[in-house]
Write a new protein. Structure first.
Length: 139
């Protein structure tokens, strides 16, 4: 005849509350609820950012040609790891596609403003501004 302590223990355990046995190494375990595969297929998958993916980012840009002959200031509304479009109303005669220089990107964080710079090439010139291609260190 079981003791009252054993009866209480038996009554308090439902099927879902039974202790689980430790799995041996390499043994498959079964989880209750949706499988990991089912869960991950329902959640939107983040694709890795590609070199040419545009990211919305509004800031001021400044292009300075390597020969020191041109300094062009403007803004951008998006950037990618491979380049940015510098919108400006100031285009000078003599600018050519293929011209090399440095683009300075203005950034702000917590009230502090700073610039980062990238060596670049003018990829295209339009009436609205310059398409700049950042050089990759892997090239």
């Amino acid at each position: 005849m079981p003791t009252s302590a054993n009866n209480q223990e038996t009554l308090s355990r439902s099927k879902s509350q039974r202790p689980r046995e430790a799995a041996s190494p390499g043994a498959a375990t079964v989880a209750s609820g949706p499988s990991e595969t089912a869960r991950s297929s329902q959640e939107p998958q983040k694709k890795p950012v590609q070199r040419d993916d545009r990211i919305p980012f509004s800031t001021r840009l400044r292009f300075e040609s390597d020969d020191g002959g041109y300094i062009i200031q403007g803004t951008t509304s998006d950037v990618s790891m491979s380049g940015a479009f510098l919108s400006t109303e100031t285009l000078f005669p003599g600018l050519t596609e293929g011209m090399e220089g440095v683009v300075f990107v203005e950034m702000s964080k917590e009230g502090n403003t700073f610039e980062v710079s990238f060596h670049c090439t003018i990829a295209r010139i339009t009436p609205r501004g310059l398409g700049l291609n950042f050089e990759s260190e892997m090239e």
